[in-house]
Write a protein that binds this ligand. Sequence first.
Ligand code: FE2
Length: 154
Amino acid sequence: MKTNCGLPQETVRKIVERLTSLTADLYVLLTKTLRFHWNMEDPRFYFLHELLDGQYHQLLEEVDLVAERIRQLGKPVSASMQEFLKESRLKEVKSAMDGNKMLASLAESYEQLLKLLRADVELCDKLHDPATSDICVELLRKFEKRVWILRSHL
Ligand SMILES: [Fe+2]
């Protein structure tokens, strides 16, 4: 399939490189959120279990948005578990079952993503790709809110 979104190939290459890492980051975070949803031990269990269920479903939509942008740019999506682990800038860590530790660990992952997304917005703007920039800004807005929500429980 050939698509032509009007961007130079070198621009597409640079943007897809970032989006590939972002797809992997989001998939690793999605898996972490689901793991915490399952394994949490906390007096507020039901509430936090449901909170993370919502975040897991939001992340599924968000990773889909990023991966489909790669397709719109005409490239295939690297999407095996091995590739996700290789490409992700968020590393998988062992964690306690304690609710507060889990929420803090998720907040830290989102905070790391905020820094990466700001750099992505800068690159997209420099390369004149407002559509990808808009996706990154949307994620920034959502993740800043998610950090606020997570940290509000600590
Ligand atoms: Fe569940």
